[in-house]
Design a protein around this ligand. Structure first.
Ligand code: NAD
Length: 456
């Protein structure tokens, strides 16, 4: 007898959720829209410059010796030092780190920030470690990396489960190893009193808000011209998600659902940021906030809303659930939350996605400002930082929106040019905003690579 369930599963196309495979497929797709990009250059731009794996022990608070694996990947340094966060999570893999480094290269390209792309991660679960354990892990990781990081080579920053305190430990460890120099620029996202920038902690969410506001003002979503009065759903309640709640609400949006790793909550009348933060602080989760209904993270993504903000991890909106998403706009505060199969479905359904390499780039932009302040021994006012970032986010958003129209109105000539250069004779489909953002970024990185010349 045929097992019907098995048969259905076998018939469904299985989506490859390896983040690095996804990142490369996005890049390859976008590169088809740049006919003058030589195949050898395409190949070079795909490959990471280096990936370092370190394995090390620490003695944990319970007296055990435990071993950890950490990665640091520099994808590309054509435009400046490698730049990218460090993630502490049990699901960290080498390919995830490579993907995140790869996305950083294009993010800095879209924003026109003079950095390359890098990322790091340690396989660990900070929730099952003491603060002292995490501090030892951080210090040992930095010591193992040695001169592989540095203010002008590769500059880490916060990511999932790391924060300003972690960055202070990174700085301090590096400083111990390089006494007598100005080492502040070795890491960004530091506490303000140790060379951190005002506005850095909020920068990812604030940049996402600026990008959303600009895109809406430019008419990206018919009938929705601003976040004022918009209903918003946010997945993930850490640095990116919780601060987005605060900032979008301050602009008049109604946040109707939020979530963290333990689940989500829904309240159509709106959720107070102060109450959610207080509840999470007291209980460890937003789940159980009085007046709200519990929902799973899967259900949360399907709640009808105007703006959906994924602010947790990769692969949340996929081929198997994108058809159920009921929003008018997705603004990616997280890196890699939407898979290529989902992108296709959303594009066909007319739901625009402000892609991660544009929408969450406020973080790296203010990291760049922090780095400049460190190198100049300066400290800028928060208003100055926010204003500078606002200008950059709007400029990048405008560039991507305008370029999408340009590409989609010149598909025939792009196809002809591809054929003329023997780069393929397959049809070019209209592009979404992710592909467009890649095109803008790839052109910038490729131009600098060629201007510098391939060494030697
Ligand atoms: P964080 O550690 O501060 O917060 C992560 C949040 O996601 C936590 O609330 C956690 O409970 C929640 N979460 C984890 N797994 C989840 C799941 N399966 N479903 C729902 N929620 C889940 O991390 P962060 O810095 O806010 O980073 C979140 C995302 O934003 C990541 O993709 C990160 O790469 C991206 N990002 C962060 C920055 C930054 O400056 N921190 C910059 C750019 C992009």
């Amino acid at each position: 007898m045929i097992d019907k369930k098995k048969k259905d599963t076998a018939a469904a196309p299985v989506e490859d959720l390896n983040p690095f495979h996804i990142a490369v497929s996005q890049f390859e797709h976008a590169s088809r829209y740049i006919p003058d990009l030589e195949p050898g250059l395409v190949e070079f731009l795909k490959r990471p410059r280096r990936v370092i794996t370190v394995e090390f022990p620490i003695e944990t608070a319970d007296g055990e010796v435990r071993n950890f694996i950490g990665y640091r990947c520099v994808h590309n340094r054509a435009r400046g030092p490698g730049k990218g966060g460090i993630r502490y999570h049990p699901d960290v893999t080498e390919d995830e780190v490579r993907a995140l480094a790869f996305w950083m290269t294009w993010k800095c390209g879209v924003l026109d920030v003079p950095f390359g792309g890098a990322k790091g991660g340690i396989i660990c679960n900070p929730k099952q470690l003491t603060k002292e354990d995490v501090r030892k892990i951080t210090r040992r990781f930095v010591a193992e990396l040695g001169d592989m990081i540095g203010p002008f080579t590769d500059v880490p920053a916060p990511d999932v489960n790391t924060n300003a305190e972690t960055m202070a430990w990174i700085y301090d460890t590096y400083e111990m190893m390089h006494k007598g120099n100005n080492n502040l620029g070795v890491v960004t996202g530091k506490p303000v009193e140790i060379g951190g920038s005002y506005g850095r902690n909020e920068a990812t969410s604030r940049g996402c808000l600026f990008c959303t506001q600009r895109a809406l003002a430019k008419g990206l979503v018919p009938g929705l011209n601003s976040v004022m009065g918009a209903t918003v759903v946010i997945q993930g309640y850490g640095n990116a998600g919780a601060i987005a709640h605060d900032l979008y609400a301050a602009e008049g949006a109604k946040i109707i659902a939020i979530s963290d790793s333990r689940g989500g909550i829904h309240n159509p009348n709106g959720i107070s940021h102060a109450e959610a933060v207080k509840h999470k602080k007291e209980t460890g989760s937003v789940v159980g906030l009085p007046g709200s209904k519990k929902v799973s993270n899967e259900e949360l993504l399907e709640i009808p809303c105007d703006i959906l903000i994924p602010a947790a991890l990769e692969n949340q909106i996929r081929g198997d659930n994108a058809a159920n998403v009921q929003t008018r706009l997705i603004a990616e505060a997280a890196n890699g939350p939407t898979t290529p199969a989902a992108d296709k479905i959303l594009f066909e359904r007319g739901i625009p996605v402000l892609p991660d390499i544009l929408a969450n780039a406020g973080g790296v932009t203010v990291s760049y400002y922090e780095w400049v302040q460190n190198n100049e021994y300066e400290q800028w006012d928060e208003d100055d930082v926010n204003l500078k970032m606002h200008v950059k986010m709007e400029r990048a958003t405008d560039a991507v929106l305008a370029r999408q129209q340009k590409i989609n109105s010149s598909l025939d000539s792009l196809e002809t040019e591809r054929k003329r250069r023997s780069h393929g004779d397959d049809a070019l489909e209209p592009v979404d905003l992710r592909t467009t953002a890649y095109v803008v970024a790839i052109e910038r990185v490729a131009r600098v690579t060629l201007e510098r010349g391939i060494w030697p």
